[in-house]
Design a protein around this ligand. Structure first.
Ligand code: NAD
Length: 437
């Protein structure tokens, strides 16, 4: 065992700034407050309930993950955020309708004290949404400066030691990189000239990264995933993670597909459909926002199944993803998957999955974990893309020229090995020869 990396202390207060106080954000904040009060358990959170095996299997060393690495405690978190609606976090949580009043009312005072700051918002990028709590500015650069002021004011008001910012806003329309995204100089010019290639989420990402904050994107839009903002992150030492939280159907896809591939079972088709009735579903009913989500959801199978390496098994795969807005369901999504499998000698089989999940209940522990791990990354001195957090995302950010790793089990191994590396513990390879020598 080596000494590991030097890590700045975890103590002090940490600001968790969330863009968009919608279903995911309010469920995260209310959930953390409820856990703090001992009202509920943080189920689904690796930082709160996970363990890490160390050394040989015969050593029986599996400390709690948050004892193994120094993470900020839940009590140290202070919440703030922006939204285009003026509702405080309690009212927003009631509107989202994820958590029951019985639990929300026990953390009502703390929630009601969180009032959203005016947002940077432009309907051009989220067509199905409009609200009154919006900043005014002549240029996108002015708007970015106003966000920087919000961030600094929040820090001094609450005497915070550190902060993390996470985009939990709506999915923006599908966009691809342009010249404005290629360098920091071009990006800053584009902010000043109000270039349409810069959507709201990029303005938040720019402000956060310029302030050296860790930044994550819970949605699939490009946001920080462009060369200009990666360049800025290297300069300011901001760790980055994203994109698009891996919750319901895609989580299951990245659990099942690696298993089918491990057994070299062919897949002729994978048809996925969802109904959901929350505001996210309403935004995704717009074809341009859906296209952003569709790209994020569809790439997963290609990367896991590797049709170029296994053309007989996966090159003709028909992968279809549908999302339908269906208000009666609210946040309780229902996903159906039909998988057409191919076995020995080409014999067909079928697998059907019906997942009745709760979107934000699956998302909240991810937001918490990503916030705490990004804060750790910052204290260790990691900057730029944190590939070890791919575990949490549908479209993991990755270095140019590399393909992203989507297999949930490889992602988990990468995450835990990164923690072992930070602490100077030997990495676990699962070779296991030593038990038989
Ligand atoms: N399981 C999940 O719920 C899940 C999984 C993966 C990704 N996501 C993504 O996370 C995001 C949040 O999901 P949600 O269910 O909380 O959605 P939501 O619609 O309930 O909340 C989004 C909030 O963001 C606000 N908003 C939109 N643009 C904004 C801006 N420019 N500035 C400030 N606020 C803005 C909206 O007013 C809304 O309150 C969505 O993009 C969604 O696609 C969610």
């Amino acid at each position: 065992m080596s000494d590991g990396l030097s890590i700045a202390p975890a103590g002090g207060k940490v600001g968790l700034l969330l863009v968009g106080l919608g279903a995911v954000s309010t469920t995260t904040i209310a959930g953390i407050l409820a856990v703090r009060k001992g009202l509920a358990k943080p189920i689904g959170s690796l930082t709160q309930m996970g363990t890490v095996r160390l050394g040989k299997r015969t050593e029986s060393r599996s400390p709690a993950l948050n004892e193994f690495v120094p993470l900020a405690g839940l009590d140290s978190l202070v919440f703030g955020g922006w939204d285009i609606f003026e509702d405080d976090c309690y009212e927003a949580a009631r509107t989202a309708g994820v958590l029951e009043p019985a639990i929300l009312d026990q953390v009502k005072d703390e929630l009601a004290a969180i009032k959203p700051w005016p947002a940077v918002f432009d309907r051009q990028y989220v067509k199905r949404l409009d609200g009154p709590n919006v900043k005014k500015g002549k240029t996108k650069k002015d708007l970015a400066e106003q966000l920087v002021e919000d961030i600094r004011r929040f820090k001094s008001q609450h005497k915070l030691d550190r902060m993390v910012l996470i985009w939990c806003g709506s999915t923006e329309v599908f966009m691809t990189e342009t010249a404005a995204h290629q360098s920091l100089a071009a990006f800053e010019k584009a902010l000043e000239s109000n270039d349409p290639a810069i959507p709201s989420s990029m303005i938040y990402a720019y402000a956060a990264i310029r302030e050296g904050l860790p930044y994550a994107n819970a949605a699939p839009n490009l946001s920080a995933d462009v060369p200009a903002l990666l360049e800025l992150a290297q300069q300011t030492g901001s760790p980055l993670a994203g994109k698009d939280l891996k919750t319901g159907q895609t989580l299951l896809k990245t659990i099942i597909a690696p298993g089918l591939k491990a057994r070299l079972l062919g897949v002729a088709g994978w048809y996925s459909t969802n109904i959901l009735g929350n505001r996210d579903g309403e935004v995704l009913d717009d074809p341009e926002s859906f296209k952003t989500k569709e790209e994020s959801k569809k790439s997963v199978l290609d990367y896991i199944l590797q049709p170029s390496l296994y053309p007989d098994l996966y090159s003709d795969l028909h992968h279809v993803v549908r999302i339908n807005y269906y208000p009666p369901r609210g946040d309780n999504k229902e996903g159906w998957d039909n998988i057409d499998l191919v076995g020995w000698l080409g014999y067909p089989m079928q697998l059907k999955i019906n997942f009745l999940c709760r979107d934000s209940i699956l998302a909240a522990p991810i937001v918490l974990d990503v916030a705490l791990f990004l804060d750790l990354a910052k204290r260790v001195g990691f900057s730029g893309i944190q590939e070890w957090l791919s575990f949490y995302f549908k479209s993991p950010m990755h270095a140019r020229g590399l393909y992203p790793e989507h297999d949930l089990f490889i992602q988990l191994m990468k995450l835990k090995n990164t923690l072992r590396y930070i602490r100077g513990e030997p990495l676990i390879t699962h070779l296991g020869r030593e038990y038989y020598d």
